[in-house]
Design a binder for this molecule. Sequence first.
Ligand code: CTP
Ligand code: MG
Length: 234
Amino acid sequence: MSQFFALIPAAGSGSRMGNELPKQYLPLCGRPMIYHAIKTLCNNRSIAGVFIVLSPGDIHWSQYDWSEFSQKLTVLQFGGATRADSVLNGLIAAQQKNLINPQDWVLVHDAARPCLTSDQLNKLIGELASDNVGGLLAVPVADTLKRGDADNHVRQTESRDNLWQAQTPQMFRCELLTRALQNAANMNVTDDASAIEALGLHPKLVPSDAYNFKVTYPQDLALAELIIQKRNHP
Ligand code: CTP
Ligand code: MG
C-alpha cells in the first residue's frame, strides 16, 4: 500500500519579502509562518509523515517548540540553492533514511502558503490517489493578461483560455518526482510539476481557490493574517 507524505521546502531566504528573517519564520497570528502549513498537513489523517527541508545553516527552526507535531515531523537539513534542489535533496535524504518508499506519494508544499485548508488537501488527495502521474492544486487565471515590452507598454493581450496559476501541494510518486528533478537539474524549474512535464508527462490540474496564495511580498503577510484570524475566530 502506498502511503502519503508531505515535504515542505523551507530553505529559502525570502528575498522579495525584504526582511532579514527568512519569510517562513516571519510572525503570522502569533506563530512563525511555516507553523500553519505544518499544522494543516500534520492534522490530516491521510498524511503519514511530514518532512521539513531546512537550509544547512538554519539557526531559527530550533528556537521554536515543535513537540506537538513530533509524531509526524522529520527535519532534513539538506536545503539547496534553489527550491528544486531543496526538494530533490529532501527526497534523496528521506529515501536514504528508509523513511519513504519509491511508490509512496509525496505532496510538496511551500512553507509560504500558510492558508492551505484541509478541504483543499483532501480534494487533491482524493482526485489523484489513483492517477498514473499526479498533479497539483491550481486556479484558473481570472485577470486579463497583457504582454508588455521593456518600457512597460502593452504589446498584446494574451488569451487566458486554459491558463492556470500553479499552487501547492503538488503530488507525485516519490520515485517519479526524484527522477524528474534529477533530469531537470539545469532547467531552472520553479515548481515540481514543471520537472514532471519535462519528462513528457501531463500532471492533473485540481481546481483550488485564491485563499491558498503564496506569501511573497510584505503586503501578502497582512492578507494571510486576516484569513487565518477569521478562520480561528469565525
Ligand atoms: N525554497 C527552498 N530552497 C530554496 C529556495 C526556496 O526550500 N533554495 C522554498 C522556500 O522556503 C518556500 C518555497 O521554496 O517555502 C517557495 O519559494 P519562494 O516563495 O520563492 O520563497 P523564497 O525563495 O524564500 O523567496 P524569494 O524567491 O522571494 O527569495
Ligand atoms: Mg524563491
